[in-house]
Design a binder for this molecule. Structure first.
Ligand code: ATP
Length: 903
């Protein structure tokens, strides 16, 4: 993507860090309400989009020319040149035409694959929250213009260079820009002009990430004019890495190359002993080299992977690293979050427990409409001092906001847990509009399970804390009851703890709140502030399980994939939700249990345990370590900043598309667009299908190569003239086998793909039994071809070759039907269930008819016309190839099915 910058560039002062927030706002004509929509649009025209100039993509010509950079092609070109000089100009021309056709085919497939990856890149666009016309809204980060007011929170990737106007405990990881690995504190206020880049604490820079706190800043530079854009043309890219399969293919290619040379040398030796002519021996050598190498294979693999990535995208799995699409098919354990992945993440507060009493809260979703009921009758929530104080604390210790759109839909900005609390407060008529000034924040993370925001109220500071209730109860020494602060006795603590368990075991998510007026001498550190708290109560929040998750879990079970729920939530809540979804909560473990276990003990427990609760990011890392000792292929989901190491370490790290932070997404192999567990399982199914199909066409193409070799070498040993000339073999490998192989890649998933155990990721695509099948079928094809040739060569060598050539293609067309399934006969998978393959077969046969009858093509490919009887003979000869395959499958399936029914 090229962004014209030069002519739109406009000089803006560079020393923003020397200005106060007001000066910055004034210079850029903005304020607390941000820009207006019209102004933002005008500026977008003026300054261009906020994107980095990408590396230029290879041009079409470059891609085309690259197709010639292969040893095989060079051999063929040399062969063409030699043919020309030894007086065979037609052969020379024919080989060259095929070489160009091959390049065109390779080019078109590679170009399409490139397009797919480009489309993927477009889907990975970064989002940002801006304030325009006084309203908070999410836009593509590319739409940010100088003057935009941008909101930042933990986990965000900073979308442009911003001058901060608000910062609460804001810390940023600036490693990509300055190399500094520890987080840097940020604050507002002008700095002196000498301040170096790494110390400009009132600015945050594009490409860095927020690791703590929150803030707002005015965009002062966008796109290539940001510090990041100035130092490098770096950008977030989908890296085109070799997949394990592609590497296997490379090794296969190398092995085949060695075999090719070996066979060719051997053949020339034999020819020499038989005192054949030099030209003939040369042609035999070239034919063999061409026959051994599956020319179409690399292009077919590339294109199939690209199509696979598109299919996965359709199933909401955005592949960020190509190998992930393959790994996904081999996954044997899925470690999944609960909130949002197995549940809907649409949270509603339904109960509030204050020390003295309990209320039910009515209403659904995020609409701020509902009542507070005590014993079934509505009460005025603000008249209840305990309830009011609880709701106020939950609201102040909170970043979420909510808004209604034109269609009457209510949505929240921020996390659903916080959103639910803001909405509950709004139902009571409370809002943050008249909130005091926030002075400090100790952010939430899954290790702390709590957060605190300190407000300046009157002369002093008050800390509002919310988090997991048991954690807050431990940190509290007092209680707010009937409007008064009283000591929190052990009895009261136990009673509240019991209430809490009651909520959690009903599957409710429970969140507590507390506060503490801070004496001036208490240091403003998390340790000093978050103790001696005054406990206010807790809210019970419903987050219903996703209806499709239970079915997906069942599918995993039949597919031999273990599902382990790994959540930061309360053990009782986690177990209740697990049971709802059909996951056993037996032997459930907590983070504390994990810590008390040795690695061996944990390894043993992990074989049966399905629920891990109250775990932290470090626990996730340990679980991956231990599971991978058992050679499991582990998919692990994550969303937070501190999930990044686990996402990197898992065989396949899956970041949440909706609730995931930018940091998590960037550490992942795959982004789950809809956060939905069922989509992971759909991706696994797609991955398995794709792998099956690659195995199918690889084996199909190789069996064809073996057929060609057997025919040529057999003919040679029998002292026959050359059976197939190089162009004919090239024609088969590229023009007729290519499309059928590609169509095999589109074969729908077999009925039992999700009833098989995951494949062994180390297993080669060419297992021993696969090699046997390739050799047996190849030998059969080769011998049939020899037979078709041998009846005619004494009369008419061109006709004999045409019989062999056409015969081999017809046999291949039968053979491709064999490879549609390794297990099921055609009537079980449906003869017409892959229409593209039928088209490809008809197309190949049609093309062959042209080659046999059109004079120009006859010249090029050395063919002679065949009679109807010839065609009939070839079709009859080939039929047993298919019949044998079918009979074998029917018998095997029958014996399998018998084996399953008890005698
Ligand atoms: P999952 O790991 O399945 O996504 P989770 O969201 O419950 O589940 P964490 O995000 O690690 O996991 O949260 C752990 C606990 O911290 C929660 O159970 C809740 O009690 C508390 N908590 C969650 N969000 C907040 C928040 N924004 N502020 C304060 N406490 C929170």
């Amino acid at each position: 993507m090229i962004v014209p910058t030069g002519d739109r560039e406009e000089a803006l002062p560079a020393e923003w860090y020397t200005l106060s927030s007001d000066e910055v706002e004034q210079t850029l004509g903005t304020g607390p309400h941000g820009l207006s929509r019209e102004e933002a649009e005008a500026r977008l025209q003026r300054y261009g989009a906020n994107v980095l100039r990408e590396e230029e993509r290879e041009t079409r010509l470059q891609v085309f020319l690259r197709q010639f950079a292969s040893i095989l092609i060079v051999i063929l070109i040399v062969a063409a040149v030699v043919s020309f000089f030894v007086g065979e100009p037609q052969d020379a021309a024919a080989i060259l035409i095929i070489v160009v056709l091959n390049a065109l085919l390779g080019y078109s497939q590679e170009w399409q694959a490139g397009e797919a990856i480009e489309a993927l890149r477009q889907m990975l666009v970064q989002k940002a929250v801006v304030i325009r016309d006084g309203k908070q809204q999410e836009i593509d980060a590319s739409g940010i213009v100088p003057g935009d007011l941008v909101a930042l929170e933990m986990g965000d990737r900073v979308p442009a260079d911003l001058s901060l106007v608000e910062a609460t405990s804001l810390q940023v990881d600036e490693a990509p820009l300055t190399g500094e690995s520890s987080p840097v504190d940020k604050a507002t206020g002008p700095l002196t002009p000498e301040t170096p880049l790494a110390e400009r604490s009132n600015m945050v820079f594009a490409g860095t990430t927020v690791v703590n706190g929150w803030g707002r800043g005015v965009a002062v530079a966008t796109g290539m004019r940001t510090e990041f854009g100035l130092i490098a043309g770096l950008s977030q890219r989908v890296r085109a890495e070799a997949t394990p399969l592609a590497r296997q293919m490379d090794v296969l290619g190398r092995d085949i190359g060695i075999i090719a040379v070996g066979i060719a040398v051997l053949a020339i030796g034999v020819g020499f002993l038989q005192q054949r002519e030099f030209l003939e021996m040369f042609l035999i050598g070239v034919s063999l080299a061409v026959a051994v190498i599956p020319e179409g294979l690399p292009a077919v693999v590339t294109l199939t992977l690209a199509i696979g990535i598109k299919n996965m995208m359709r199933r909401n799995c955005l592949i960020r690293r190509l190998p992930a699409s393959e790994t996904l098919g081999a996954v044997s354990v899925i470690c999944t979050d609960k909130t949002g992945t197995l549940t809907r993440n649409e949270m509603t507060v339904v109960r509030v427990r204050t020390p003295e009493s309990e209320v039910a809260v009515t209403g659904t979703g995020y609409a701020p409409e509902g009542e507070f009921l005590r014993d079934g009758s509505a009460i005025d929530p603000l008249a209840d001092s305990d309830l009011r104080q609880f709701l106020r604390a939950a609201l102040l210790c909170n970043h979420a906001t909510f808004a209604g759109d034109e269609a009457g839909e209510w949505r929240i900005f921020g996390t659903p847990t916080e959103g639910a609390l803001v909405v509950a407060a709004a139902k009571a008529g409370l809002s943050r509009d008249d909130a005091p000034e926030a002075v400090r924040e100790f952010s939430f993370n899954s290790t702390r399970k709590r957060m605190t925001i300190i407000y300046r109220e009157g002369d002093g500071d008050v800390a509002y804390v919310k988090g997991a209730p048991e954690v807050l109860l431990d940190l509290s020494s007092r209680l707010f009851r009937d409007g008064a602060v009283v000591p929190l006795t052990d009895d009261l603590r136990d009673a509240l703890q019991q209430e809490l368990c009651g909520y959690a075991s009903r599957g409710l998510r429970v969140l507590g709140a507390a506060y503490r007026p801070l004496p001036g001498d208490v240091p403003r550190t998390a340790e000093a502030v978050e103790k001696d708290l005054i406990f206010l109560g807790f809210a019970g929040i419903v987050d219903p399980p996703r209806p499709e998750a239970a079915e997906a879990i069942r599918l995993c079970r039949s597919a031999g994939i273990d599902v382990i729920m790994i959540t930061g939530d309360n053990p009782l809540t986690a177990s209740a939700i697990a049971q709802d979804l059909g996951l056993s909560s037996e032997g459930a473990l907590t983070g504390a249990d994990l810590e008390a276990m040795t690695d061996d003990e944990l390894a043993r427990r992990l074989r049966t345990t399905k629920v891990l609760s109250r775990v932290t990011a470090e626990h996730k890392l340990r679980v991956i370590d231990i599971l991978s000792r058992d050679r499991e292929v582990i998919a692990m989901t994550g969303d937070g900043v501190n999930d990044a190491p686990a996402l990197k370490k898992a065989s396949i790290g899956i970041a949440m598309g909706i609730k995931g932070t930018d940091v998590a997404k960037e550490s992942s192999d795959m982004v789950l667009v809809d956060d939905n567990f069922a989509s992971i399982v759909a991706g696994v199914e797609e991955g398995r299908r794709e792998y099956d199909n690659i195995a199918r066409f690889t084996r199909y193409l190789l069996s064809s190569n073996v057929g060609e070799i057997v025919a040529i070498v057999g003919g040679l040993l029998m002292g026959l003239p050359l059976i197939l000339i190089p162009v004919q073999i090239l024609w088969i490998n590229l023009i007729t086998d290519g499309p059928t192989a590609l169509a095999l890649g589109l074969e729908p998933a077999e009925k039992d793909v999700m009833q098989r155990r995951p494949r062994n990721p180390d297993e080669s695509i060419l297992t021993r039994s696969a090699l046997l099948v390739i050799l047996v079928i190849g030998a059969w094809l080769g011998l049939l071809t020899l037979y078709a040739f041998s009846g005619f060569y004494e009369v008419d060598i061109d006709r004999a070759r045409t019989m062999a050539f056409t015969g081999l293609i017809i046999f291949e067309m039968y053979n491709v039907l064999n490879f549609r399934s390794f297990r099921f006969p055609l009537h079980r998978i449906g003869f017409f269930s892959n229409p593209t393959l039928i088209l490809a077969i008809l197309g190949s046969l049609g093309l062959q008819a042209l080659v046999v009858y059109v004079p120009v093509l006859q010249e090029f490919l050395g063919t002679a016309p065949l009679t109807l009887a010839d065609w009939g003979l070839l079709f009859l000869l080939g039929l047993p190839i298919l019949l044998a395959g079918e009979i074998y499958k029917i018998l095997r399936l029958r014996s399998e099915e018998k084996g399953r029914t008890p005698a």
